[in-house]
Design a binder for this molecule. Sequence first.
Ligand code: HEM
Length: 486
Amino acid sequence: MEIAYVLLFALTFFLLGLLRRVAIRAKTARTTAHCPHPNSVLGNTLEFIRNRRRFFDWYTDLLRASPSGTIEASAPPPAELIGDGLFAADGRLWSLQRKLASHAFSSRALRRFNDGVLAAHLHHRLLPFLDAAAAKGNGGVDLQDALRRFGFDAICHVAFGVVQSSSSLVQGGAKNDEALFAAFDAALEISFRRALTPATWLRRLTKLLDVSKSRRLREAVDVIDRHAFSVLDSKQAARQIRDGGDPDLLSRFMAAMDEEEDGGSDLGAMFPNPHAKRRFLRDVVVGFVLAGKDTTSSALTWFFWLLAANTRCDRRVHEEVAAAGDDVKAMHYLHAAITEAMRLYPPVPFNGRVALADDVLPSGAAVREGWHANYSAYAMGRMEEIWGKDCMEFVPERWLGAGGEFVPVDAARYPVFHAGPRVCLGKEMGYVQMKTVAAAVIRRFRVEVVSPLANMEMPPALRDDCDDENEGRAVGAACEAAGRVC
Ligand code: HEM
């Protein structure tokens, strides 16, 4: 989710960079990209303000109206949030990390560890929490919040190898862990809002004086750093005593960078001193937490919301889950329903890259050096040309073959996990988590949506009327999708 926020606001910033855009357009007479509001003075600004609460749907409308399926905007590079971790790195630093991480993600040890983490967090936290909510009767529960906390604790456990309890999911959850959860949210939220506007003198001043949001951002990053470094140091100390061979991601990276394993020593050699290496390891794990923190919970929240609104699909999922026992691999309809939920509401609705050199897209649209080439998985999931006339309907059956088996499609058609060499490494892990949680919840509870949305549009990602107290709270993907479990 947060990856999407950053990219979304980077784009927004671009749309507001009008003067630069005008200058660039003059150079690109050959582009076939659609320029939806070619007002040479105001560009898209008024339209953007009018549509800011339905940004993704506005963007989808613009793409639908473009004959080539592309629209034109320009921008500076996005704000850097996650240091030198896998997401932000390029070139050799990325390829060495990718190789190491690919081995880690495909290892049996990590899979087994992930399964154990999932089972523990599910049976000792999420389900008991929902049991208690259901026992209370009509009160309702913020299902999205519960799933986010579950997802956060689970990914922190897999990434750092330590048990987190961020949460209201456990009675008296640890204060430090709650602070870490809040720090991740606050850091991303403030960065997200900042990407909306260019850095003004006021922002520079608040940074210099360490006040206001600059201070809150610094404090949030400090909390994250303190946690990451303390885990790193204790793992380092433990390794000096024993060779534990712990399967979590951080331990694997630490071990590989000291050894001739999976190119890890080449990666280690890229850092001139222990301090730089320690900082890099911090970036690596923080990146993993960001990758897994809100993606699966967003997909699951929409899944439950869509299921509650579609009785036929709800019935089929229930039947399958009841018949398949604990074997999530055998649950093809569930797999299809989750995939279909992500088609309509992808956890990363918007993504892009910066062009290193002038290029021309297959559509004929010119892309200049330094421009962003963005795509919207949200808009693509709602295109009639790609998904047919029923593209706005929730139809899990579109993913099933004649024998009822799940049939995947090309990543270029369904870029929910990205495509190409940088395709998501946690896709399989994510599906296992989503299916395991969905099956367990479905088997035990009936989820009713308290306030159904009026249509299929994405609710706003942020409230703009929030007071200062609540300012750091992203409403997130499924906005008001609070559920009642019974
Ligand atoms: C529904 C769940 C998920 C979705 C929709 C999703 C989506 C994505 C997308 C769109 C990207 C490309 C980002 C970019 O390069 O701009 C990505 C990359 C990545 N994802 Fe996921 N993700 C999910 C779950 C996870 C989980 C649970 C993990 C585990 C930590 C994970 C790990 C990664 C990693 C490491 C990359 C970076 C790959 C690279 O740059 O080489 N993802 N994911």
